[in-house]
Ligand binder design. Structure first.
Ligand code: THU
Length: 130
């Protein structure tokens, strides 16, 4: 998949912009949407810890702002720990804007990529249809 390389580069670039002074755990995510556009996001922490934002949620917010409505692929990468599986809240956010063709790609230690469908990571997701 040629776009995967592009997405990985976008996620890594975003990761380096992360604001993570509290955890020192920088995360980047990049989304390819249903219109072929790429949107990236990084985690943005806050001194009020719970209101920090995850990279995946930032990338999805950028997609929505840009007019994208459905995630085709999302790549997640962390500076210190790969693979970096999305947290539960991010799985729910991804599920909201995905379908059965959506794939979540995690980068492994050796640089290889493992790909999952949303239902693999969040079975029986609560969605708009409910
Ligand atoms: N983080 C993400 O950005 N995405 C995830 O799916 C897991 C965690 C961020 C949140 C926080 O800024 C840091 O990683 C450590 O938890």
């Amino acid at each position: 998949m040629p776009e995967l390389k592009q997405l990985l580069a976008a996620a890594e670039q975003a990761m380096h912009q992360a604001y993570a002074p509290y955890s020192q755990f920088q995360v980047g995510a990049a989304v390819l949407d249903n219109q072929g556009q790429v949107y990236a996001g990084c985690n943005v922490e806050n001194s009020a810890y719970p209101i920090g934002c995850c990279a995946e949620q930032a990338a999805v917010a950028a997609m929505i702002l840009g007019g994208g409505r459905s995630i085709v692929d999302i790549v997640i990468v962390a500076e210190k720990q790969n693979p970096c599986p999305p947290c539960g809240a991010c799985r729910q956010v991804i599920a909201e804007h995905s379908d059965h063709n959506t794939h979540i790609h995690l980068v492994n230690k050796d640089g290889g990529v493992s790909s999952y469908q949303v239902a693999d990571l969040l079975p029986q997701a609560f969605k708009l249809s409910h």
